[in-house]
Design a protein around this ligand. Structure first.
Ligand code: MN
Length: 452
């Protein structure tokens, strides 16, 4: 936590949440636990996104309480010289009030004795459902203490609500602070893709043997060089047929002249994710067949991008992309018109599914698959079928159509084992969307130019 830290944006978010808790409601929001990797080593620590959204605080072992009247309490790690020598600086409750702007702060060793007092005469308790292992047991224990005082006139919470249902709606619309960070995450991620592409073609041209993990290293270098804390998710670097495995990672396969390479990678910058996929020829020149398939995916992405704006449905970009992909599959003879019929028939019968089996978009934010319902909340409350979310200015979603052609007797052999996906991050605006990740091009000529 640096001295530059400004809590204003987090304090305003806490106030907005407080105003939604109902009369005398209380919300409890813990951060993430540390995770053991093996023996006495932990995974690199990553705070909980909900907790961070409301505090900007990155230490483990902390819990935030928000009261409907706007008061806030933080339990955090106490100052401890010996632990700080081993594990690093702790803010401590004494400084937390001023630095984080909370009303009160306590050492987390007091949480079990202090928490029940905060829950007396509170009708509604909000907490994140099914995220933190053990939290509901802990809450149960606190409630038991409150209930033991009922005969002395204290009332215990009788309604438990999922606080994520409120924070999800807030997180779905990015504020200007978040958009700035997402622009940076997008820019760094894009530059990392360019670096990996150029590294790849240079080494293929020089006849150096390279492996997928070499490109992974180039991505990571650029992320960290630019101040990113971690990759936002495990980078996918898939050469040749590996691109047809959707959740492949950057593994040990060699990258060969004449193959395509698919990279799906993005950095996390100040807790916000970038998420980019590019597919490029290892040697820097598309073959005729590679280009033909690539152009179909690119055209489908353009169609999806131009249907992404405030007022459109979440499913509109997907449907726009799907139509172009199906037409392309028919035009290239991967689907046969005499067997499958028209584009409408292909869509209705899902004949595209062996080649395009995922959705075109997901929300993006602090989490790479960010929170937020994909259906309109009021449609979920009614008994009708859920209706797709209406896009609003400030939402951020990925646009990532693809085609994956596994070998099969009825598919032209020139397309076998190709996997192509093109993914950008779109900030929804009033009449269009802004792509945050186009510092790395998608145009095949521009890709060839930067690789040669
Ligand atoms: Mn994605």
């Amino acid at each position: 936590m640096t001295s530059k830290f400004d809590h204003t944006v987090y304090t305003l978010r806490r106030a907005r949440l407080a105003s939604q808790l109902g009369a005398q409601g209380v919300a409890i929001i813990p951060t993430a636990p540390e995770q053991q990797r093996n023996r006495d080593s932990n995974f690199l620590y990553r705070h909980d996104s909900y907790f961070y959204y409301l505090t900007g605080f990155t230490e483990p072992n902390a819990t935030l309480i928000i009261f409907a009247d706007g008061r806030t309490v933080l339990f955090c790690q106490p100052k401890d010289v010996e632990r700080e020598i081993w594990d690093g600086y702790r803010l401590g409750p004494e400084s937390a009030v001023q630095v984080l702007g909370v009303t009160n702060a306590y050492s987390n060793v007091l949480i079990d004795t202090e928490m029940p007092k905060f829950l007396e005469n509170i009708p509604t308790l909000w907490y994140p459902f099914s995220i933190h292992k053990g939290l509901s047991v802990q809450i149960d224990n606190w409630l038991t203490v409150v209930q033991s005082k009922v005969r002395s006139g204290v009332s215990a919470p009788h309604r438990l609500n999922d606080v994520c249902s409120l924070i999800d709606e807030m997180r779905l619309i990015k504020d200007s602070h978040e958009i700035e960070l997402m622009r940076t995450a997008g820019r760094i991620s894009a530059n990392a893709h360019i670096r990996a592409m150029q590294f790849c073609s240079t080494n293929i041209r020089n006849k150096n043997q390279i492996f997928e993990y070499h490109l992974d290293a180039e991505l990571l270098y650029e992320f960290r060089r630019c101040g990113s804390e971690f990759p936002a998710y495990s980078s996918i670097v898939a050469s040749g047929s590996n691109a047809c495995v959707l959740h492949y990672r950057a593994d040990k396969a060699s990258i060969n002249d004449g193959e395509l390479v698919l990279i799906d990678a993005g950095c996390e910058y100040s807790s916000y994710a970038g998420d980019i996929t590019r597919t490029f020829p290892a040697n820097g020149r598309f073959s005729r067949a590679q280009r033909a398939l690539y152009d179909v995916v690119l055209e489908s992405q353009y169609a999806a991008v131009s249907s992404t704006r405030s007022g459109a449905l979440f499913t509109d970009p997907h449907n726009a992309a799907l139509r172009v992909l199906c037409k392309g599959l028919l035009d290239l003879g991967i689907l046969k018109a005499d067997k499958c019929g028209s584009v409408d028939d292909v869509i209705a019968n899902k004949d595209y599914f062996p080649f395009y089996m995922h959705r075109t978009s997901h929300w993006l934010g602090m989490d790479v698959h960010d929170c937020g319902a994909y259906s309109e909340p009021n449609s979920l409350a009614q008994n009708s079928a859920p209706s797709p979310r209406v896009l609003r200015t400030g939402m951020v979603l990925t646009i990532e159509p693809g085609l994956y052609i596994r070998p099969s007797a009825d598919v032209p052999v020139e397309y076998h084992n190709m996997g192509i996906r093109i993914e950008d991050d779109a900030l929804v605006g009033d009449s269009a969307c802004e792509l945050l990740t186009r510092d790395v091009p998608v145009d095949p000529i521009e890709i060839e130019n930067l690789m040669n």
